[in-house]
Design a protein around this ligand. Sequence first.
Ligand code: M3L
Ligand code: AKG
Length: 451
Amino acid sequence: MSASGIMTRSAPRLRSLSNLIPKTQKLLSRSLAWTPQPEGSEHRAKWQTTKRPLADERKPLWEKAYFLKPGDAPVEVGGRHNDLRVGGLKVPNIWLRDNCQCSACFHGDTRQRLHDTFQISRDLTIKSHQTEGNSTDIEWSDGHRSSYSHSMLRQACATFEERAKIRQGLPEKPVYWGSSISESPPKVAHDAPEALKAIFHNIRTYGFTYITGVDYSTPEPTKDILTSLGGFLRQTHYGGFYVFTADLASKDTAYTNIALEAHTDNTYFTEPSGLQAFHLLSHTDGSGGASLLVDGFKAAFDLKAKHREAYDILSTVNVHAHASGNDGISIQPYRGFPVISHDPATGDILQVRWNSSDRAAIELPISEVEKWYDAARKFDKLLKKKQNEYWEQLTPGNILVFDNWRVLHGRSAFTGKRTISGAYVMRDDWISKYKMSRWGEGEVLGAIPTS
Ligand SMILES: C[N+](C)(C)CCCC[C@H](N)C(=O)O
Ligand SMILES: O=C(O)CCC(=O)C(=O)O
């Protein structure tokens, strides 16, 4: 019986690991996700432990031994088993054959695999090969012929970190900021040369940008710019391209005039929107309504440095959320998510989900939740540090666009009539556009990890 007094199915395994796991993990090893079995199932509801590796332990165990930096590792075929090696690292025949790029195996337009992977014989061998320049041709024992570019082979052998750079579109030099960003906030004129590339550069580097000089006499210019960031806008129960004001048109506090503390949007969706944009169209007969931005990644790094245990708790304990204001709606993600999520391949911080208004259950036994609150209190204190807050009064003609996975936003209370337009763009849609604008199709498609 674990300390929380609840039989855990995998307690023995956890117990054997528990002496290897820091105090925090012991707490978390008792963190339980209850998966109710369907009515009448042969199992009664079972408590399952949800052990989560600590953020730093997320580094893949195999990262050191097997991967090379792509660099110019030599590609050779031969040896006792006549196999293909990149820098001495064997590339299995099944992988090579499965990633044959000939027109019978791979659709040149759709870039989709055409053959049946599992009809490939496990005993396939290389019958002959020919290396010329940067590619190697192979004739297989079943008579099939394939050709492999060396850059593709090297990518397949690259470390996950190397791959993450292009897969995630990681910025070369991210800039984490505090209140002093107000001295020179990132901005791009909407009609600047290569404006889209500069907009994406700013968003990926700072987590936000202004797009200036936008005609706001009609919604179209704003809508067109936001659509260009992802190809299309995200449709939600708020609509697609939205214009909102304090009229409770949607039953959410955004549609009021009260102050909103720093938060990320859509924690009640399994996947929060990637980008959010605000374009203040007008504010009459009143004052206030200043916008607040906080760099959630900077705050997370500060938390990790100052309160490691709190960082680990917020990185591993799942939290639920809901949006239930509108009639007939109670939107919730299919599972809980931690406040701070990490890239499973590299351990990088990937997302901050923080919204105290919409938070629902904390996925810990109720008797343990104080530990989450204590950790969250530390994070909240950092988010509310004056040095971490960037306040700005939005003005018509200047769109604020920010990465809703990194940057928190809020506003001060206001009086009068205040109208804002904006939209959401999904994460994968804007990252795709960003990568194409930064690297171009060749490098992006060439980096798709096919193994
Ligand atoms: C659509 N528009 C941006 C106007 C309002 C959205 C409300 C967002 C909600 N409070 C959340 O935290 O997700
Ligand atoms: O009205 C604002 O400035 C921000 C509203 C907000 O936080 C939201 O729509 O998520």
